[in-house]
Design a protein around this ligand. Structure first.
Ligand SMILES: Cc1cc2nc3c(=O)[nH]c(=O)nc-3n(C[C@H](O)[C@H](O)[C@H](O)COP(=O)(O)OP(=O)(O)OC[C@H]3O[C@@H](n4cnc5c(N)ncnc54)[C@H](O)[C@@H]3O)c2cc1C
Length: 389
């Protein structure tokens, strides 16, 4: 199946290598983990060892200093091969907060260790149960006490918290009623979860419809050294915002990969399965949903590329990053839906992996940002319509 002009793809070699690595982690591996809700430690170790999770870290800090397009190609290929990058994709981009806003000492302290895999920074504590999408309404508070901050509050949906050494935490440092703009008064901290666990930090896993290792996290007088503040005090919202475009483009690339996987499975099955004496793929009722999802995927793929191009040339890629995320999440869902329908009853059988990937790819219309909020962003910031909330 023709997806893109492979010869013109500067990441063709990376894709080929990632494909080989993924070949060591077949559907059976993921099915077993899914049933037991376990973390894919071997898969993540293999990616770490091959250096794929540190591609966005500059060479001077021990990474390979590759482009966002290369990172997107890695994640897309992981999904296209039926694996699940959600177990570790955040290791690629959360470190961007330190890279862009950390002090020289913080960069030296963390980035080389993250690049080598000695330290995992893949827990991102933003969402709270009562604030949800309304980030600035979060309640977790960090109060300064001498050389430390004392943190109280709760986060929810902190993915991979049990499999991360560090957490990037967004907390209020000035109450909302004492700031002129609600985006002020928030600060970002690096929390060393290894020492905090049991010392004010409690992690409680949430069982979800797919194997995602997401958790609730509770802070009860958890102490964080003041030197772990990233960027300016009360200026944390900017730190988080600055990382969002890269995150959205990378998640969009994963959805493109998912869509490619589903489409490959659908085409294969539709050609092989004979009912009424002919391949089911001969029926337009089977062909059209697959073809439509394919067209949606290709459009999303182009938007991911355009977003990456703008990001890499330092232009504002906010609209493209948001559109790419929305279009790609919708394309992967359309491809997933077509795959279930094409496979008939077998779409529900675990051994075909369709139902597992179907559950996994549904997430991306909700997290890390829901489709409604992307539409609101486009309406307000791109089209000039009134703010709706
Ligand atoms: C498996 C999983 C992993 C996650 N991982 C992380 C993580 O690692 N770190 C982290 O910080 N967060 C994480 N999240 C949280 C995720 O980012 C949020 O779930 C998401 O942003 C939506 O917030 P919410 O669930 O509170 O929904 P709400 O904000 O309660 O919204 C519910 C619904 O209402 C809609 N809505 C709300 N306001 C408006 C409006 N003004 N206009 C139109 N529609 C509106 C939303 O679009 C949504 O459909 C994760 C979530 C899940 C499910």
């Amino acid at each position: 199946m023709q997806h893109a002009a492979a010869a013109a793809d500067p990441n063709a070699e990376i894709r080929e290598e990632v494909r080989k690595l993924c070949g060591r982690f077949p559907g059976e591996y993921w099915r077993k983990l899914d049933a037991e809700r376990r973390y894919p430690s071997d898969f993540v170790a293999a990616l770490t060892e091959a250096g794929y999770l540190s591609v966005l870290i500059p060479e001077e800090y021990g990474g390979s200093g590759l482009s966002l397009s290369s990172a997107a190609a890695i994640l897309e290929t992981i999904q296209e091969e039926g694996c699940n990058g959600a177990a570790c994709h955040a290791q690629m981009y959360i470190m961007g907060a330190i890279l862009r806003h950390g002090s020289p000492a913080q960069k030296q302290q963390y980035l080389p260790a993250i690049a080598s895999g000695a330290l995992r920074l893949q827990a991102f504590g933003v969402t709270e149960p009562t604030s949800g999408t309304d980030t600035t309404a979060l309640r977790t508070f960090a109060r300064r006490e001498g050389d430390e901050f004392v943190v109280n509050g709760q986060k929810i949906w902190t993915s991979r918290a049990e499999h991360s050494d560090l957490m990037l935490l967004l907390a209020r440092t000035t109450p909302r009623d004492q700031v002129t703009k609600k985006t002020e008064g928030l600060s970002v901290f690096i929390v060393d979860m290894r020492t905090a666990l049991g010392n004010g930090l409690t992690i409680r896993p949430i069982r979800t419809m797919m194997n995602h290792n997401s958790c609730e996290v509770f802070f009860d007088n958890m102490r964080v050294p003041a030197e772990n503040l990233i960027g300016k005090l009360d200026g944390g919202f900017r730190v988080i915002l600055d990382g969002m475009n890269a995150e959205r483009l990378l998640i969009a690339a994963e959805c493109v990969g998912d869509a490619k996987w589903f489409t490959r499975k659908s085409v294969g099955y539709a050609n092989d399965r004979h009912i009424f004496g002919r391949a089911i793929g001969q029926n337009q009722g089977i062909q059209f949903p697959i073809a439509r999802a394919y067209a949606q995927m290709r459009a999303a793929e182009l938007m991911v590329r355009e977003g990456c191009r703008k990001f890499e040339s330092g232009e504002n890629c906010g609209p493209e990053a948001n559109m790419a995320k929305m279009l790609a999440a919708e394309a992967s869902w359309a491809a997933a839906e077509a795959a279930v329908q094409t496979h008939g009853g077998f779409g529900f059988a675990e051994e075909y992996d369709i139902e597992r990937k179907f559950r996994e790819t549904r997430l991306y219309q909700v997290a890390p940002i829901s489709t409604n909020l992307i539409l609101s962003y486009l309406a307000e910031h791109v089209l000039g319509l009134p703010r709706s909330y």
